[in-house]
Design a protein around this ligand. Structure first.
Ligand code: NAP
Length: 215
């Protein structure tokens, strides 16, 4: 088995946290670097783990440290939490774009992005448009291997209360496969399984394809 190093952005979140647990437990990864705005506290105590606490607006300050074979990005906010569309765009577009640019320059081979169902730079919906613009920006970087996952609503145990999201998970469970909720653990497993193969060029995993890709 080829051994790799990994870097995660968004490790304190639902999908990123699942990525972190799986990568730390995997023999395929010798080192896991987490870039985070808040320390993960006791969750960051692992011999394979290195935590870098930084304001993402200042990623340039740690540019030489953003070095790994595989980058897993599950960063994101909501317009409500961010407080404005501009701030949302900063978190969901600017930070991941900048991270990808720096990691690629440092020799990363694979970038895995949690985007969203319906992401398109031509979308009339602001959220989907920002996600699509990020996808386009990543494609334009010509990663040796790029995986974009487009989940519908994400299911899992959140500390934070998101009643609308919980309702969508409950209702969509019985809906068409395209819209069915996807467990955060499945998304993380699909990200890692795909990274392991390092497929050349761009791989898109639509929501309904994620469970199978998770293996
Ligand atoms: N939730 C859904 O149903 C859904 C559906 C489709 C797609 N998505 C997308 O999937 C991705 C992962 O979703 P998730 O539910 O796992 O996300 P999440 O649990 O909300 O976690 C988001 C991560 O982004 C970080 N983050 C947020 N604002 C930040 C900032 N200003 N600076 C630095 N880090 C910041 C959070 O760090 P802190 O812990 O420090 O806040 C956290 O680690 C997101 O891009 C989301 O848009 C979500």
């Amino acid at each position: 088995m080829k051994q790799r190093t990994a870097l995660i952005a968004g490790a304190s979140g639902l999908v990123g946290g699942e990525c972190l647990r799986r990568l730390l437990a995997s023999d395929a990864y010798t080192k896991v670097t987490v870039v985070t705005r808040h320390s993960l506290g006791s969750a960051a105590k692992h011999p394979k783990l290195r935590e870098i606490v930084i304001d993402f607006a200042q990623l340039d300050r740690i540019k030489t440290e953003l070095r790994a074979d595989h980058v897993f990005c599950a960063l994101g906010t909501t317009i409500r939490k961010a407080g404005s569309r501009a701030k949302f765009r900063e978190v969901d577009f600017e930070y991941p774009r900048h991270l990808a640019e720096l990691a690629l320059r440092n020799g990363a081979k694979h970038f895995s992005l949690v985007s969203a169902l319906g992401a398109s730079s031509k979308s009339g919906v602001f959220y989907s448009r920002v996600k699509g613009e990020l996808e386009d920006a990543l494609r334009a970087m010509h990663w040796p291997s790029l995986c974009i996952l487009r989940p519908s609503v994400i299911a899992g145990d959140r500390r934070e209360s998101r009643p609308l999201e919980r309702l969508s998970v409950a209702l969509l469970r019985f809906g068409p496969a395209t819209y069915r909720p996807v467990a955060a653990g499945k998304i993380a497993a699909a990200m890692i399984a795909t990274a392991q193969r390092e497929p050349r060029g761009v791989t898109i995993l639509e929501s309904s394809e994620i469970p199978r890709a998770a293996g």
